[in-house]
Design a protein around this ligand. Structure first.
Ligand code: BTN
Length: 244
């Protein structure tokens, strides 16, 4: 594998996209100690102070149709959650599609960016931001969702390198399963770790707001939501507010 490590970058996703465009293969990893323009979903910033978090992006080149991209986001969330649960004994939940929360506080986020060639995937850059050694008072307090970190949850500082190794190991494991047609195992885990299934939600989707009960995650990784009239909507992406 190719590993790129930087003291500082604008964004590991930006660097990984450049490398992917240059032809770097699947499995190429880009990590930085800090980001000056870390990006979150929906045009938001990702707070990336020096040596306090893991800021990493991975290039993937799955030979899959575009509609399977949501599976990649979901499996990344499962890999992050597993890393926190198995190796650090924490109890994270996944807020669909791919925020990781502990006690309703966000500990990690994922930004997947896809470049397509007709309707197949040319490459995906999966960017993961994981708060490790920040202490909550350090977070800017205009955060939409309150934030937490591994240190705040474990009550001690933790080495980032080992957490990163475990994370990459788990990511590879779930990604291999996807390629082998065994996404079912990962999907089961995603459902078990989901903090939205069974709850009343309001989702900000590309087509406006949708309110209803989140009932399941389907085989593509899409969220199924039942509205008041009983109609089931398939939601491919969006931002969830929990109403219950
Ligand atoms: C979100 O929850 O909005 C997604 C946050 C993703 C942050 C990571 S940090 C590493 C990678 N580089 C970026 O610029 N963003 C992602």
């Amino acid at each position: 594998n190719h590993y790129f490590y930087y003291q500082e970058l604008d964004s590991t996703n930006n660097r990984a996209r450049e490398l992917a465009a240059e032809g770097y293969p699947e499995g190429t990893v880009v990590a930085a100690e800090m980001q000056t323009a870390g990006r979150g979903r929906r045009g938001r910033d990702w707070y990336s102070p020096n040596q306090e978090g893991i800021y990493v992006s991975v290039i993937l080149r799955p030979l899959l149709p575009l509609k399977e991209i949501s599976r990649v986001s979901l499996l990344t969330a499962v890999a992050v959650a597993e890393t926190l649960a198995t190796d650090l004994n924490l109890h994270p939940l996944i807020k669909w599609p791919n925020d990781i929360l502990i006690n309703n506080r966000k500990i990690a986020g994922i930004l997947s960016e896809v470049v397509t060639d007709m309707d197949s995937i040319e490459y995906i850059v999966v960017g993961i931001g994981l708060n490790i050694n920040n202490f909550p008072p350090d977070f800017p307090h205009d955060f939409r969702t309150p934030a937490t970190s591994v240190q705040a949850e474990c009550q001690r500082p933790l080495p980032r390198v080992q957490i990163l190794q475990n994370l990459l190991f788990n990511l590879e494991n779930h990604y291999q399963k996807l390629l082998q047609g065994r996404f079912g195992d990962t999907l089961e885990k995603a459902k078990n770790l989901s903090m939205v299934i069974g709850r009343e939600v309001k989702i900000d989707t590309l087509n406006g707001f949708l309110t209803g009960q989140a009932v399941d995650i389907d085989d593509h990784g899409f969220l199924l939501v039942r509205d008041q009239s009983g109609t089931i909507h398939t939601v491919m992406s969006g931002e969830i507010s929990l109403l219950s």
